[in-house]
Design a protein around this ligand. Structure first.
Ligand code: SD4
Length: 338
């Protein structure tokens, strides 16, 4: 069985992190940096792009943007960017947000026809006095800033949507284990890409600064205009450079209700480890409605200012990817239900 404590022990020894003196004391704190973590198995490829920058003293903000652009451009990923499953009316509508070490943040909601919503979110942060642009306004802003309008509905996603339309059952399916959409039995069966799995990415750079990014096409076949947790600062993503950062995946409505990522960071502020901070947030969801929680998936992923990290989810099956100077690995998150 995987022994996380043992693994962490050995990874710290081999790591390239730094020891920093705690101000006003003679003690030193180990800081595991730079490091990047992200949700799901496909986080591995995204981390690799982020690592390109982080390993060369790049900024965490640039790293998370570059990282999440990988699944955004991947037509085989049906829950992020290009190739994302559409809403029930056939529109691919994208949600994304980004946050840096100075609490600067930007977000786009329900953005259509732009392959990299994360870069639009960053521009909202950097070029406007606002934090969120939605729908057509977000599209106009993107086009005015040189983004190209593209059709994001791939033939494969369109086929899945048309199959779904036959029954039009509005029943968001949770990502319990790997689900593959089967046209034959019109459902998500084990063994393939999940029907919804956002990428949330958190990075700590060599300068010791944290940033995060989160991007998704949201729940498959959602109502047109539905926005999940992913582009909502505090829900799908939160960064506090003094404490740590968190991100989430799963049924966004449940994350919004508890302002999940903010809650995880506040739990770390109170002294909990990243894993325990995530668990506490999951506990909040589960205890609110234990019966409902049996049919829900939500996963949280967190990193502290010292580069330690952890995750927790409701149902088995949530994985996350880690890249640092000492490891490149995918972990399975612990879950509330086994
Ligand atoms: C949403 N949280 O739109 C996103 C979807 C997701 O794993 O993360 N799925 O609610």
């Amino acid at each position: 069985m995987f022994n996380r404590r043992k693994f962490l022990g050995s990874s710290l020894l081999a790591s390239t992190g730094w020891f920093l003196r705690t101000p006003g004391t003679t003690s030193f704190t180990y800081v595991n940096k730079p490091i990047v973590i992200s949700t799901w198995d496909f986080g591995k490829a995204a981390n690799a792009a982020a690592w390109e920058l982080l390993s060369r003293q790049g900024k965490a903000l640039d790293a998370v943007e570059a990282g999440v652009k990988i699944p955004e451009a991947d037509p085989n990923n049906h829950s992020v960017g290009y190739g994302g499953l559409p809403d029930r009316d056939g529109h691919v509508t994208l949600d994304a947000c980004i946050m840096d070490e100075n609490s600067n943040c930007g977000s786009v909601m329900s953005l259509e026809n732009i392959i990299h919503p994360i870069s639009v979110a960053r521009l909202v942060m950097e070029k406007t006095p606002h934090i969120v642009l939605a729908g057509d306004g977000a599209l106009q802003f993107a086009l005015a800033n040189g983004f190209k309008k593209e059709n994001l509905l791939t033939p494969e996603s369109e086929k899945m949507w048309k199959e779904w339309l036959r029954q039009s059952k509005y029943e968001p399916v949770i990502n319990v284990e790997n689900k593959k959409y089967s046209a034959a039995d019109k459902s998500f069966a084990p063994g393939g890409p999940q029907n919804h799995d956002t990428i949330g990415m958190l990075a700590l750079d060599a300068a010791g600064n944290l940033s995060g990014a989160c991007t998704t096409s949201g729940l498959a076949f959602k109502m047109h205009g539905r926005v999940g947790d992913s582009p909502i600062i505090g829900a799908g993503l939160f960064v506090d450079n003094e404490i740590g950062a968190a991100t989430s995946t799963g049924v966004g409505e449940e994350v919004i209700r508890i302002v999940g990522s903010h809650l995880v960071v506040e739990n770390m502020r109170l002294g909990l480890s990243p894993r325990d901070a995530c668990r506490k947030a999951v506990e909040r969801i589960v205890t609110r409605d234990p019966q409902k929680a049996k049919g829900l998936q939500v996963g949280f992923l967190a990193m502290k200012k010292d580069g330690s990290y952890g995750a927790f989810c409701i149902q088995k099956g949530f994985t996350y990817a880690v890249r640092s100077g000492s490891e490149e690995k995918i972990y399975e998150s612990e879950s509330w239900f086994s």
